[in-house]
Design a binder for this molecule. Structure first.
Ligand code: ADP
Ligand code: MG
Ligand code: ZN
Length: 476
């Protein structure tokens, strides 16, 4: 029997607000334990939470960018459970009436486009952080993270393969980064994903029993864990056994998932509307204002780059992988309009440089203006493409402008035909054997002669002129 995977993802995105969701404590990371706390986020009796307006605005941005319908009235609810990292004994979340519902994202895998539904987006508070030091007989808790705002984005079970799951997650991360609401770092936990997966016989309309996978802190782990789970569940089903509804942990060292606990049901949490928070009313004016201020989103930018700059979809994809990179590209093209050339230089030498230095595009030692200037020097025939690579390295190291480097190092390309002709004659005279072989038909030797002339001129001769003269001279 053939089985088909059914996958739905729950993503928790940590919002980049300055303060927490229901109090004024700082959300900044790395402070000494329990210094960013107050009676509200510590859950003292008698205190009242006050909703952070920025959290609502960031949620609205995400909801609009993922094509959701916004609920003009939504509610906060208490999700009750006991754990030492949760001082109140309940988490303030949203349940029956989340801020947004019924959205979708369009993904593409292997050239096939597909819509993945988004069930809901809701706001909630994060819990604290426990640390367990095996050499000490107790655990410690840091409440700096309690009350840090999160949004949870829940997908419909529309995903059918680990690759589709990867494409959905990458796109969602790109969107939250473009929106500037979350830094999207899976390794550091600011963008977390739980993956739900079940199998069903191909052709079946009903869903099988799902396992929920946790501890997935990179895209690679998500895909690997799903692949593993497909095999595990298939073995059970082929044996006509029953997959357990449970939460499983991905073990990246052993490359497998292990059972963590049986899955709790929603009614176990005894959700009820939080009596301390009023219903959240969002009017259409607010929604429209947020909509108007949305930046161009990744998919729209990719489409525009393909159309406006005649880029391949691969190049457009790469160049829009983050907003700053796309801005750098456009800035450069404004000053040097050969988009293909600009793209190649950004994706090639510039990216290699940034990766080597561990820098982002915003920290690039070569500005868009200087890169455009360098390309203009090639285009004007002042320097060769090869010399340009050397100049680029020098620009990166010294921060000097390309023109200045060309001047200082006397790298201006030789385009003087008679000067090149002289060098060509000298090279041909020095290599009579090769000349003879060339004339006998070994025309591949042309490259050798070009190389010799370039060596003589320290790479400064215009390669096109060198080629032309050599061909002419070698015929006679
Ligand atoms: P819970 O908090 O109990 O995990 P949620 O509604 O927050 O419930 O999330 C459930 C997730 O599981 C959704 O992403 C949904 O698409 C997915 N899902 C539901 N049923 C199945 C199933 N049978 N197989 C795979 N995924 C499923
Ligand atoms: Mg879940
Ligand atoms: Zn606080």
């Amino acid at each position: 029997m053939e089985f088909e995977p059914v996958i739905g993802l729950e993503v928790h995105a940590q919002l980049k607000t300055k303060t927490k969701i229901f109090c004024g404590c700082s959300t900044s990371f790395g402070a000494p334990p329990n210094t960013h706390t107050c009676p509200i986020c510590l859950g003292m009796p008698g205190v009242l939470p006050v909703l952070n307006k920025k959290v609502v605005e960031y949620s609205l941005r995400t909801a609009l960018a993922t094509n959701c319908k916004i609920n003009n009235e939504s509610r906060f609810a208490r999700k009750n459970y006991f754990y030492p990292d949760l001082p109140k004994g309940y988490q303030i979340s949203q349940y029956e009436l989340p801020i947004a519902e019924h959205g979708f994202l369009k993904i593409e895998t292997d050239g096939i486009k597909k819509k993945i539904g988004i069930t809901r987006i809701h706001m909630e508070e994060d819990a604290g952080k426990l640390t367990h030091d095996p050499s000490r007989p107790f655990s410690m808790v840091d409440f700096n993270r309690t009350g840090v705002p999160l949004i949870e984005i829940v997908s419909e079970p529309d995903i059918r393969s680990p690759e589709e799951a990867g494409a959905y997650l990458r796109q969602l991360r790109s969107i939250v980064r473009y929106l500037g609401i979350c830094d999207g770092n899976m390794e550091e936990g600011s963008f977390r994903c739980d993956a739900n997966i079940s199998l069903r016989p191909v052709g079946s309309e009903t869903f099988g029993t799902r396992a929920e996978l946790k501890n997935l802190n990179s895209f690679k782990h998500v895909e690997k864990a799903l692949h593993y789970e497909i095999i595990r569940q298939k073995e059970i089903l082929v044996d006509s056994g029953q997959v357990m509804q449970e939460t499983r942990l991905w073990d990246p060292d052993k490359n497998r998932t292990t059972s963590m606990r049986s899955k709790e049901e929603a009614h176990d949490y005894r959700y009820f509307p939080d009596p301390d928070l009023l219903p959240l009313v969002i009017d259409d004016t607010w929604i429209n204002n947020v909509k108007k201020a949305l930046p161009e989103l990744p998919n729209a930018k990719i489409k525009r780059f393909i159309k406006e700059f005649s880029l391949s979809s691969y190049d457009a994809d790469q160049l829009t992988s983050n907003r700053q990179l796309a801005d750098f590209f456009e800035d450069c093209v404004r000053q040097f309009p050969d988009a293909k050339q600009v793209g190649n230089w950004i994706m090639g030498p510039l990216m290699a440089l940034l990766n080597a230095k561990g820098k982002t595009i915003s920290e690039s030692p070569v500005s868009a203006r200087e890169l455009a200037r360098l390309l203009k020097l090639i285009d004007d025939g002042i320097i060769s493409g090869k010399i340009a690579k050397t100049i680029f390295e020098e620009m990166a190291q010294t921060g000097k402008a390309p023109d200045q480097i060309v001047k200082e190092k006397q790298l201006v390309q030789v385009t003087d035909v008679s000067a090149i002709e002289k060098v060509v004659l000298k090279v041909l005279a020095a290599c009579p054997k090769q000349v003879e072989n060339y004339k006998k038909g070994k025309t591949k030797l042309l490259g050798f002669f070009v190389g010799q002339v370039m060596k003589e001129t320290r790479g400064k001769a215009n390669p096109k002129i060198v080629n032309d003269i050599l061909k002419k001279r070698l015929i006679n």
